[in-house]
Design a protein around this ligand. Structure first.
Ligand code: SAH
Length: 262
């Protein structure tokens, strides 16, 4: 058994039925699917994945003790286990640059960073199924007009259909976390790429939500140093939660044009 370490966000799932439900939430796994599991721990989800169809499965785990456990209990996965940090590894190296789906009962202390990485690498990540702290899963899947809608909801919903799947109670884990957990699915949509750079888009969305009670005219004043066209007046009178991902794309494009007029 692996001793649970708090700094690694280790809460081991105890129930096979829940692991099966998570693994079964990857849609369209087929013999051509490559899967990366983040943070397998003692492999409860891994075991369930192994009963499904896929082309290749790789596991990335930061904890040396868990890696040793996996080698001992899953000898056939010898070459599939990568000891390393998902936030630092070069994703091109894992499957030779081919695309892959991500699954995991994720370490909750790095949820946002995992999701930013998905956003940055969306061209090679067609699907994500994962367990997060429930509030985080709800936030990411909330639509505009709700109080949970925020930076990550916008960034991910620009490129993914985000669906909240189900809630998991504290006692399904050892040790139990202090909060409930939620499982979600992200499936890449048709949006090819943004008309502005990722970093500019992120900057606009972050500035808007950092002062979420203010109108965009106020929170985005740093982007509005030049006189702006009358057409922007209506949108700038809104608050960020009233903006769909599509509205944010259009606004970011308009602000970017203001910065670099043709
Ligand atoms: N999937 C297992 C363990 C979940 S706990 C289960 O459901 O029981 C989260 C796991 O993520 C732990 O095993 C922890 O060691 C691992 N982990 C934490 N940070 C990580 C990182 N940066 N990269 C890869 N794995 C990480």
């Amino acid at each position: 058994m692996v001793r649970a370490k708090k700094h690694l966000g280790q809460h081991f799932l105890r129930e096979d039925a829940i692991a099966d439900k998570i693994a079964g939430s990857l849609t369209g796994t087929s013999s051509s699917t490559r899967i990366l599991e983040i943070g397998p721990g003692m492999g409860i989800l891994t075991r369930s994945l192994l009963s499904r169809k896929f082309e290749q499965l790789k596991l990335i785990e930061l904890d040396t003790e868990s890696v040793a456990y996996l080698h001992q209990h899953f000898p056939t996965l010898k070459d599939a286990v990568i000891e390393g940090d998902f936030l630092k590894i070069n994703l091109d190296k894992i499957f030779d640059g081919e695309s892959f789906s991500i699954i995991g009962n994720f370490p909750y202390n790095i949820s946002s960073q995992i999701l930013f990485r998905v956003f940055e690498n969306r061209e090679r990540i067609p699907e994500v199924v994962g367990m997060f702290q429930r509030e985080v899963a709800q936030r990411i899947t909330s639509g505009h007009g709700t109080k949970d809608y925020g930076i990550l909801s916008v960034l991910l919903q620009v490129y993914y259909h985000a669906t909240y799947l189900f809630t998991v109670e504290e006692d399904a884990f050892d040790p139990p976390p202090k909060v409930k957990s939620g499982v979600l699915r992200l499936t890449r949509n048709q949006t090819p790429s943004l008309p502005v750079s990722d970093s500019f888009f992120k900057a606009v969305v972050k500035a808007a939500f950092n002062q979420r009670r203010k109108t965009l005219r106020n929170s985005l004043s740093a982007f509005l140093t030049k006189p702006h066209p009358e057409e922007l007046a209506e949108v700038l009178s809104r608050r960020p939660e009233q903006m769909s991902p599509e509205d944010f794309i259009n606004l970011a494009k308009a602000l970017n044009d203001l910065k670099n007029p043709e």
